[in-house]
Design a protein around this ligand. Structure first.
Ligand SMILES: Nc1ncnc2c1ncn2[C@@H]1O[C@H](COP(=O)(O)OP(=O)(O)OP(=O)(O)O)[C@@H](O)[C@H]1O
Ligand SMILES: [Mg+2]
Length: 338
């Protein structure tokens, strides 16, 4: 598990509305190894979806625009690929499960036909009969009962959880190298969430597929992620293995996220901690200051004077990075999080 299957370098995507620039992805860099599960965490509006959509050039223009950077896949920069080249990569090599499954499915075409279309698009030699057989197999694979009957149904005949699974089946139909799952389970109830995630993870293991999992749920991260990226204000503020992030969090925002999770194993005095202040208005974040400045108990003049860069803080595999001017002080004061 060492070969990089995707490399994102200095990605900048902005939205231009009311004469203001919102840097939704601001100098974002990370790589994804073959078969790896990378989790991207951050509160609403931190740029998770925008950075994922930028990978496949799916940013709506206007008001959005990928301004600079590279997304390297199989020796090519996806940001420079033609529409035709991208069409061949999307779905077949890099698939995406969108935040809202119901919006991504066509309401007037049966689930089976939608999966078959995806299959036939990417396998021109495949017969319709084989495509239909494969569609049923895929629905079975994602845990849809009576798949041979269900394949003939329309999206409205599927529950939210089943629609989400149908999306996964469609995304898996071409056995992609990379699956980007943007909050794949937020619309689902907890038991279905667990099933869908187990399914995704199983598919990852069986096909050595890389999974970029965008989520708010730290429990999910702890269970599935090999590598974790914490995003704040369009940038990564901390990254490392799941163990680095949970056992040795170094950024005040990461610590805030961990402390905000309710804990049944702690006495009541542990309480519920929330991160002070409101999620940032991205149009007000200044590129040369720490984006977390307004909400940070450690904020100093230095944080206003320059944006901290990601620096190596060691970690399990020597790949734990944090962007904060006060790492030592933060570690000293963070207390017991275990
Ligand atoms: N279509 C758009 N028009 C204008 N601004 C946008 C648009 N989409 C996103 N943005 C801006 O980009 C920022 C990042 O949005 P993004 O959708 O990536 O957030 P997110 O981290 O995925 O949040 P969530 O957890 O709510 O899905 C937002 O704060 C918003 O300011
Ligand atoms: Mg999003």
């Amino acid at each position: 598990m060492s070969e990089n299957v995707l490399e994102i370098k200095h990605l900048r995507t902005s939205f231009f509305t009311n004469g203001k620039e919102v840097r939704a992805s601001d100098d974002l860099s990370y790589s994804v190894k073959k078969g790896e599960c990378v989790a991207i965490i951050g509160e609403s509006g931190s740029g998770k979806s925008v950075s994922a959509l930028s990978i496949l050039q799916l940013i709506p223009y206007p008001p959005g625009l990928v301004l600079s950077g590279k997304v390297m896949y199989e020796g090519k920069n996806l940001l420079e690929c033609s529409a035709d080249e991208l069409e061949k990569i999307r779905g077949a090599k890099i698939s995406m499960i969108f935040q809202e499954a119901s919006a991504a499915l066509n309401p007037v075409i049966t689930i089976g036909k939608q999966i078959c279309e995806a299959l036939l698009n990417h396998n021109p030699g495949m017969s319709k009969k084989d495509a239909n057989k494969r569609a049923i197999e895929l629905l079975e694979m994602v845990g849809i009962p009576n798949a041979d009957r269900r394949v003939k149904q329309y999206p409205f005949e599927f529950s939210g959880g089943m629609q989400q699974r149908a999306m996964i089946a469609m995304a898996m139909s071409c056995e992609p190298d990379i699956l980007i799952a943007d909050e794949p389970t937020t619309a689902l109830d907890v038991t279905v969430q667990a099933q869908v995630l187990e399914q995704l993870n199983k598919l990852r293991e069986e096909h050595n597929m890389a999974l970029i999992l965008i989520t708010h749920n730290l429990g999910v991260v702890a269970r599935y992620a090999d590598s974790v990226k914490i995003m704040y204000g369009g940038s990564i503020v901390e990254e490392g293995s799941a163990i680095d992030i949970f056992k040795d969090p170094c950024h005040p925002y990461t610590i805030g996220l961990i402390r905000a999770v309710p804990r049944l194993d702690k006495p009541k005095s542990w309480g519920l901690h929330e991160i002070q202040g409101e999620s940032p208005d991205m149009s007000k974040i200044k590129p040369n200051t720490c984006a977390f400045y307004d909400r940070c108990e450690y904020a100093s003049e230095e944080c206003l004077a320059s944006r901290p860069r990601l620096t190596n803080v060691g970690g399990e595999n020597g790949e734990h990075f944090c962007a904060c001017h006060h790492i030592d002080k933060v570690k000293e004061n963070r207390g017991d999080l275990g």
